[in-house]
Design a protein around this ligand. Structure first.
Ligand SMILES: Cc1cc2nc3c(=O)[nH]c(=O)nc-3n(C[C@H](O)[C@H](O)[C@H](O)COP(=O)(O)OP(=O)(O)OC[C@H]3O[C@@H](n4cnc5c(N)ncnc54)[C@H](O)[C@@H]3O)c2cc1C
Length: 495
């Protein structure tokens, strides 16, 4: 790996500091032997009596939105019914009946998942959490918020902003629900500073497939009291339990931020700058990699002119997109100066310091990356994670896979935490499958994992079953068996 020159020895970079640019522009263990429609119909009529008809929708009353999430490759499936639960008691009632009648149930938050996790089984029902949207408590002494699972990230942020607080996990889609975030262990751009959902969830209430309610964790940070069930349920994609309440950490809301866009000539320079940035003493809120094509497509999508000079546009291969955040302006200014200096020493072609409107637009553009890929006809997306040090090797090898298979691959990534997102443009399903398999295999070979944050769902299941350690898969099956003996919770997902 290349090394950054020390800022002290880099006279050129110090001179360059003056040029810090201010841009003024704009094999299942459970075989589901459901008795099919008869049991499901019985469940629907009994639930209508038990919960009230307003909470149960079936037949033509079901919108097609409940047949899919946002996965590019999944086949939609209309459920037999959608149950709009409003309380833990409702969830218990649904689960008990599903258990008695062996009807598969799939939990659904907002349906923004990218792996087919919320797609129902053909003979199953959807349990929608969209009516469980209460923020139950903001506890400023313990710095936690207690919420129902249907609360969206956007809604929680609005409430917390009123208290000068923030919940720091921000996957790109703010309409996603906290329950969905918990179930997928969502990450996003701020993971480099705050970790992912599992680092910010302190406690859960969840309902087992057999109807028991479990409370695990709470308003405290430490616990060494047996197996950590909170962490086991986080990331289980609705296959182990239905989450009915979540306790998350909250933090003081920083007042000041600075956004940088930093073009580089070589991908190796980007890679070597990441450990240098993180060792600099300031952890950026956001540290993202965007390739030139990706940046251009995203900027066009949100109508953003970043003011990057044509010369730099021509020579840059990729950019770092960095946000720094602090409670006081002086500290922020000092960090910005020191980081800019460091970036030049690491080979940055320029450091563009964006004014607030452009900064907000660039963040919006980055969050729109998935929609841009979809609009451009991407056939699949991959969210592999690898150790940061392996990023150059991974990107170079991925390029080779793309070339040998005549596949177009474009990339953005939460590079600060080693998470590379590729959009795969390959219409031939067989060839695409091979390309995705190779990319994921490569990630595992380099010490990584198949999915960093999108989850396995239905769409990455075949890759997990072929590439993951069989002993690990077998242990997962035994855990599933213990939580959900009849296999009614989100069958044919994950394992
Ligand atoms: C434009 C865009 C950008 C995105 N960017 C990111 C990103 O940067 N990082 C990231 O991590 N993700 C990202 N995502 C993916 C998505 O937003 C997350 O996966 C999110 O966590 C899903 O929440 P949801 O409420 O939509 O869940 P759904 O899609 O409804 O469900 C997801 C899974 O959770 C299960 N589930 C839902 N609620 C519950 C519950 N109460 N109990 C048990 N299981 C439940 C479902 O069964 C399913 O398996 C992005 C998606 C889009 C569309």
């Amino acid at each position: 790996m290349r090394r950054c020159r020390s800022p002290e020895t880099s006279a050129a970079s110090l001179g360059h500091l003056g040029a810090l640019t201010l841009v003024m522009s704009t094999p299942n263990v459970h075989v589901i032997t459901m008795t099919g429609n008869a049991s499901t119909n019985e469940m629907i009529s009994r639930l209508s009596l038990l919960l009230g008809e307003d909470k149960v929708r079936s037949g033509n009353g079901i919108s097609e939105a409940y047949s899919h999430d946002e996965a590019l490759t999944a086949t939609p499936q209309i459920p037999k019914a959608v149950i709009f639960v409003e309380s833990t008691a409702d969830v218990i009632a649904v689960v008990r009946l599903a258990d008695e009648l062996s009807v598969p149930i799939t939990a659904r938050g907002s349906g923004t998942g990218l792996s087919g996790g919320a797609i129902p089984h053909e003979s199953g029902v959807v349990v929608s959490f969209e009516r469980m949207t209460n923020v139950l408590e903001i506890d400023k002494v313990n710095n936690v918020a207690v919420v129902e699972p249907g609360v969206t990230l956007g809604a929680l942020d609005e409430v917390l902003a009123g208290h000068g607080l923030v919940y720091p996990v921000f996957p790109g889609e703010l309409s996603g629900s906290i329950g969905g975030n918990v179930a997928t262990n969502a990450g996003g751009m701020r993971a480099v500073k705050y970790g992912v959902t599992r680092h910010q969830v302190l406690g859960l209430e969840f309902v087992l497939a057999t109807g028991e309610v479990i409370r695990s964790g709470g308003k405290y940070v430490k616990s060494s009291s047996g197996y950590d069930l909170t962490q086991l349920v986080i990331g289980s994609e609705g296959t182990l339990a239905l989450v009915t309440e979540v306790t998350v950490r909250v933090y003081p809301r920083p007042k000041y931020s600075k956004t940088m866009l930093v073009p580089f000539l070589h991908i190796e320079d980007i890679s070597s700058s990441i450990p240098a940035i993180l060792a600099n003493g300031t952890t950026p809120l956001v540290l993202e990699y965007i390739d030139t094509l990706g940046l251009s497509a995203m900027s066009t999508k949100v109508g953003l002119n970043l003011g990057v000079s044509p010369k730099i546009k021509e020579s840059a291969t990729a950019y770092l997109f960095i946000i720094l955040e602090e409670m006081d302006l002086q500290t922020l200014e000092a960090e910005t100066t020191s980081l800019s200096q460091l970036l030049f020493s690491c080979g940055a072609l320029e450091v563009y310091l964006l004014p607030e409107p452009s900064a907000a637009k660039l963040l919006e553009a980055r969050e729109a990356a998935f929609w841009v890929s979809k609009e451009h006809g991407a056939n699949d997306i991959v969210d592999v994670v690898i150790p940061r040090s392996e990023i150059p090797r991974y990107l170079n090898e991925a390029q080779r896979i793309a070339q040998t298979s005549a596949t177009f691959i474009s990339g953005v990534g939460h590079v600060g935490d080693g998470n590379v997102h590729f959009s795969i443009y390959q219409p031939d399903p067989k060839l695409r499958d091979k390309v995705v398999m190779e990319l994921l295999h490569l990630g595992l070979t380099l010490g990584g994992s198949i999915s960093a944050e999108h989850g396995i769902g239905s769409e990455k299941r075949k890759y997990l079953s072929q590439l993951e350690d069989p002993n690990k898969l077998e242990l997962m099956r035994r855990i599933k068996q213990a939580f959900d003996p009849k296999g009614i919770l989100n069958p044919e997902k994950v394992i």
